[in-house]
Design a protein around this ligand. Structure first.
Ligand SMILES: Cc1cc2nc3c(=O)[nH]c(=O)nc-3n(C[C@H](O)[C@H](O)[C@H](O)COP(=O)(O)O)c2cc1C
Length: 243
């Protein structure tokens, strides 16, 4: 059975990233059915920030090398750590069980939203994505599709390209966890705010074209399409390579 973990993180009622991830999910479960589909909305159901007990348990585990998930309980020192592990384990398992991780990611102040970062911090519990026997990543073979939305434009060669701490961050993060470059796909809808921010009005024609390109990319990725060479950003509106 093929499986999809769908994570949304936009607090907007008119969210562009949610519209695109919902399209991905619809195409995906028309093809594969709903049995392997898991939804996590980190806005409706926020992931608690990691606290002192999470850090204490994680630090203790790290000092022993890579500890398998099944053995973590043996290192738990008190009720606080037990609670943290009980919160963390199911989230880690959702990630490990997924063939594809689909993320809806609005740009907030040039980066990812705090609600998504809370999920990232919690799932990144020491040793969870490393095979204790071989040292290999357990996420080799997992596909990640990050669907980004941003009010302005940050494509390569544009004046604000260096302000983008959203896409580079996600690429670095998942790459470091062991997700292969060809399995890491970024879809991006840019200039989503040209209709309500006067300073962006002159880019209005890019709003629809960027969205249409993102929609097409989402449909192809949901149906299992893998671009040749993989890993590239799929046609951000302000990418000069698009024209
Ligand atoms: C708290 C907050 C911070 C934002 N920061 C940025 C930003 O730094 N750059 C930008 O281009 N747009 C920014 N925006 C606009 C959003 O990126 C834009 O509305 C995008 O469509 C969000 O995705 P969503 O529609 O899925 O919520 C921000 C919006 C909010 C609510």
């Amino acid at each position: 059975m093929t499986s999809l973990l769908h994570v949304d993180s936009s607090p907007s009622e008119e969210s562009v990233s949610r519209r695109l991830t919902a399209l991905f999910a619809r195409v995906w479960y028309d093809l594969y059915g709903t049995a392997g589909y898991v939804r996590r909305d980190v806005v409706a159901d926020p992931v608690p920030l990691v606290g002192p007990a999470y850090v204490a348990l994680g630090t203790r585990l790290e000092s022993h090398g890579v500890i398998a998930r099944a053995d973590v309980s043996a290192y738990v020192a008190d009720q606080g750590e037990e609670r943290e592990w009980a919160l963390t384990r199911p989230l880690v398992e959702e990630v490990l069980d997924a063939d594809t991780i689909l993320l809806g990611v609005p740009m907030h102040n040039f980066s990812v939203p705090a609600a998504l970062k809370a999920w990232i911090d919690r799932i990144t519990f020491p040793g969870m994505y490393v095979d204790p026997d071989t040292g290999d990543s357990l996420l080799r073979g997992t596909r990640v599709v990050a669907v980004l939305a941003r009010g302005g434009g940050y494509g390569p060669g544009t004046p604000r390209a260096a302000y983008d701490f959203q896409e580079p961050y996600l690429r670095t993060y998942f790459g470091d966890l062991g997700v292969a470059e060809e399995d890491l796909h970024v879809v991006c809808a840019e200039f989503t705010r040209t209709r309500d921010i006067p300073a962006l009005a002159r880019f209005a024609d890019l709003t629809d074209s960027s969205y249409a390109a993102a929609e097409e990319d989402v449909r192809r990725l949901a149906a299992g399409y893998r671009p040749a060479g993989g890993g590239a950003t799929l046609r951000a509106a302000s990418d000069p390579a698009r024209s």
